[in-house]
Design a protein around this ligand. Sequence first.
Ligand code: NAP
Length: 176
Amino acid sequence: MTTHYYTASSLDGFIATADHSLDWLLRQDIDEAGPMAYAGFREGLGAMAMGAHTYEWVMRHDEGGWDYTLPAWVFTHRELDIPDGADIRLTQEDVRAVHGEMVGAAGDKDIWLVGGGELVGRFADAGLIDEVWIQYAPVTLGSGAPVLPRALDLELIDAARNRNFLCGRYRVLRAE
Ligand SMILES: NC(=O)c1ccc[n+]([C@@H]2O[C@H](COP(=O)([O-])OP(=O)(O)OC[C@H]3O[C@@H](n4cnc5c(N)ncnc54)[C@H](OP(=O)(O)O)[C@@H]3O)[C@@H](O)[C@H]2O)c1
């Protein structure tokens, strides 16, 4: 079981503009069945987690609303609306406790941390991230939501080009 942070970033390390726009990302060309794309990544997953702003973005922008079948944990201090039938748990628990619940739900499958960066940083602080996958779009944003605002050492274990994207897969190195 592996815990992944899988996301797309600008070249200067932002996953969204300050006003939560992903227009810079959505206009890029990617082969959804190509190297390191979401379709292949998705197959190994058994659970997912995200912060409230990411959840709200998905609910605003994904056509037809929430279409994930994975059990999902959404970190929030608010009572967010949950679509009928969606397997979503709102939580403000410590990331260690939530990760334990996710491992239990995922069986022998992997965990996807969707973002944002500060929430993923909390998982990193607790030593709970194994891999970081970043699809770099050919833009700089100058400011915005940081991809992972922590100091971590990573080992590059795979790299690919997928149309407009430079894709990197990294293993998180832990202090001995
Ligand atoms: N480029 C990509 O592929 C990609 C991927 C993922 C996300 N995104 C975008 O990046 C942006 C991320 O926004 P963001 O940095 O603000 O991060 P976020 O993690 O999505 O949202 C942060 C909010 O989540 C809640 N939260 C986070 N940690 C919590 C905790 N431990 N306990 C309880 N609540 C917690 C808080 O909301 P409340 O206190 O209001 O409840 C917090 O203000 C979004 O616009 C998203 O759409 C982009």
